[in-house]
Design a protein around this ligand. Sequence first.
Ligand code: AMP
Ligand code: GLY
Length: 423
Amino acid sequence: MRILVIGGGGREHALIWKLAQSPRTEAIYCAPGNAGIASLAACVPIAVNDIQALKKFAREKTIDLTVVGPEEPLTLGIVDEFEAAGLRIFGPSRDGARMEGSKAFAKNIMLKAGVPTAAFRQFTDYAEACAYVSGANRPLVIKADGLAAGKGVFVCRTMEQAREALERVMANREFGEAGQSVVIEDCLSGEEASFICLTDGTTVVPLPSSQDHKAVFDNDEGPNTGGMGAYSPAPVVTPRMHALVMQTVMQPVVDTLRESGIRFKGILYAGLMIEGGVPNVLEFNVRMGDPETQPIVFRLQSDLIELIEAVIDERLHEITVAVDPQPAVCVVMAAGGYPGTYEKGLPITGLDRAADLEDTMVFHAGTRQQGPDVLTNGGRVLGVTARGASIAAAIDTAYRAVRCIAWPGVQFRNDIGRKALNR
Ligand code: AMP
Ligand code: GLY
């Protein structure tokens, strides 16, 4: 099978690493890829949002299966375009991708499906939104309706903060069209977890649970990032909680989408806030998480191609997912200054030493090859992933590999996985 993977981050490196292990894989291409991906796939410099160029490439290279990493091409309708051209592709249609592309759409589906989620109001009028936050005497979360690369969400403790967030999103349009409409919801507390499933539009098959670390510094301090590390499984998702999420969140949402005329095929990812035994949904994504994919895929024993094909061919009910019971941890190594401004093009040392360690894999995110050197090329640079007999052992192994690797200004969190230890 000839496979095209779209994306160029740690998530895509992990997916390609796994796809490369399938006996059915003949060749893998990646657009645009990175230095780590280049050791497993032929990288082609096509942007993830250039749907026409991607389609042309898939035709020319007679690609049998396209796997989409990030949300942007999905919300642009890459699946509809490829399917209309007779190309096989894994992911939801443009309609389905609205679960991530529009916070208001997702909220309304949740409402219809009876899914536990924060109370909310939607506003398209700036003055009305301002009046609402002025009258609400409680913490609120302001969310730009559209895609904003994870930056369009503001947790506001005070009315002042809420007014400022509205000004940035609606008046100044810092996130462009994404801020045409906002969702304002009540602030929830609890422990977050990522619940990521495969679905063919009828059957829902969960992948292992995981937890992300969004804040840049230890103890969840500092600004939010794309994710500074992750581990799997997440102990907060107990067997009872797992069953509850399937019954009260995943299955009702997939059923409601289908009843609304959307057969959702691909990945459905619920970001949960768990408190007092209730799994409230913060958001839905329509693709794998980054960096959650790294530890999840590291534990996955099933052939990923088999799982993807069962989704596309709507026979997920035939599938069980085999998972290594050993926990896995991913520590993200990031450029100094991230998520603010940072330097690129710095040479990374120690990758070969880390590669020699057992039970460890260094997934590349923002890297680029230059001659014999691997250079930094993004905010999140590497996802150092390890497994162990216990979460403590996996953490130790991951940090041993992290200590092999360096470049000027490198930063990483020292407490990835600690929450799981403390439970
Ligand atoms: P989202 O992109 O909607 O998941 O929001 C990004 C982050 O904002 C989440 O991971 C939470 O940490 C936080 N967040 C979102 N919605 C809420 C909420 N209703 N209450 C508290 N925190 C929230
Ligand atoms: N790690 C969070 C996300 O992928 O959305």
